[in-house]
Design a binder for this molecule. Structure first.
Ligand code: V47
Length: 380
């Protein structure tokens, strides 16, 4: 990009420091959010993205399971939770129902199951350990990415254990990694207003630190596009960067676009496409120590997730299936994508599709693999 354009965007010194391999500061982050020239910010992020990953865009073959939406917390942005077990739309699956969902996909080349639940006040801890054990018994080869740091904190408080005891018991049952949900916005002002009655920022980060120390990899997220300021976004990213300096345990950062349907923040407009692209780009630039930036297609929308592959992102998440949190909050994306769809969308975006496992190891396999007759196929 021309020096004059970067200068007009107020980004020429940032561009020079990035080229010299220097780390950006808090103020740089705010300037990147405030620069009028989105494409200049995107160009800088794309340079960093291509330096790390070339033309590759990663995806995986995964399944989402949400075993209960009964939740004690009262996050203003949430359209998924039902507070009382008696609520007409409240559900809690039996473990057999959970296992049936995985068994029904026996023919799919799944590599990951991602489990997230509400904070249910009345289930025993054994429900969560048995859930992991049972899924592992059905598909020992499938990676289990289960329970956010907020759920881990809730288990510790509810069942009278330390965070470390909870993590150790889940690992003994077969837990392979933690997903990134529950981070929202770390800044006290925002968290107090939108998510006051669940684990705070320090607890969230300390559970990820502990998980990393126990050998787990984790993801981390940011819910953006509601009441947070640019400085609060940058603060969030800087806290992630600081923990990553300590542990190196984060694999992917996932910006999550706020969806306003059916929740108590429904008067707010959703974030615009420009904002979504910018958040991915600035994240790539500030999080110099986090290897992957994921544009989660269910949250960003398929088209924007494709364009984000030129604005810092290098991952789209996976086939997904059975996602409820965003679909209840107004996401109009499909329920699932087939492998053929994902590969076509990545190619159409001008990138090279690469199937990965949860640890970003590349999987080489025929994409026209045969599935068992009668099983729902994800291939075509
Ligand atoms: O923590 C809830 C968000 C998260 C809304 O680790 C909402 O690979 C927008 O964390 N509008 C859960 N967002 C999902 C999540 C995730 C997704 C994909 C991949 C990974 C990963 C993690 O969803 C919650 C919350 O931040 N959320 N309600 C809403 N109305």
């Amino acid at each position: 990009m021309q020096e004059t354009r970067l200068r007009a965007a107020g980004l020429d010194d940032i561009a020079r420091r990035l080229a010299a391999g220097e780390r950006l500061t808090f103020d740089d982050g705010v300037r990147l959010f405030e620069s009028p020239d989105l494409h200049a910010v995107g160009w800088l992020a794309n340079r960093e993205r291509e330096r790390r990953h070339g033309a590759k865009t990663y995806y995986n073959v995964n399944l989402r399971l949400e075993a209960t939406n009964v939740c004690e917390a009262s996050c203003l942005f949430c359209s998924f939770a039902r507070l009382r077990p008696g609520d007409p739309q409240a559900y809690t699956l039996s473990l057999d129902q959970v296992f049936a969902k995985l068994r029904a996909r026996a023919g799919q080349p799944l590599t990951e199951v991602h489990v997230v639940n509400g904070l249910h006040p009345d289930l025993p801890f054994s429900y969560y350990t048995d859930l992991i054990r049972g899924l592992k018994a059905i598909r020992p080869d499938v990676h289990l990415k289960c329970y956010t740091a907020v759920e881990i904190a809730f288990f510790a408080d509810t069942y009278g254990m330390t965070d470390e005891q909870v993590l150790r018991e889940l690992i003994a049952a077969g837990l392979d990694s933690l997903p990134g949900g529950g981070a929202e916005i770390f800044a006290e002002r925002v968290r107090r207003r939108i998510a006051h009655d669940k684990a705070d920022a320090d607890r969230y980060l300390s559970i990820h630190r502990l998980a990393h120390r126990l050998g787990l990899r984790t993801n981390v997220t940011m819910l953006y596009g509601h009441i947070e300021t640019a400085a609060e976004r940058v603060d969030h990213l800087m806290r992630i960067r600081a923990l990553q300096d300590e542990t190196g345990g984060f694999q992917a950062f996932i910006p999550l676009a706020f969806h306003p349907d059916n929740n108590r923040m429904r008067k707010l407009p959703p974030p615009t496409a420009s904002d979504t692209l910018r958040v991915h780009a600035v994240s790539r630039l500030l999080l110099d120590n986090v290897p992957h930036i994921k544009a989660f297609w269910v949250a960003a929308g398929i088209e924007i997730a494709q364009i984000a592959q030129w604005y810092g992102a290098n991952d789209l998440d996976g086939t997904v299936q059975e996602e409820r949190i965003y679909h209840m909050a107004g996401s109009r994306t499909p329920e699932a994508l087939s492998v053929a769809d994902i590969r076509r969308l990545i190619r159409a975006a001008g990138r090279e599709p690469v199937e990965r496992d949860t640890f970003y190891r590349v999987l080489e396999r025929r994409t026209d693999a045969v599935v068992e007759p009668g099983a729902p196929s994800l291939i075509h």
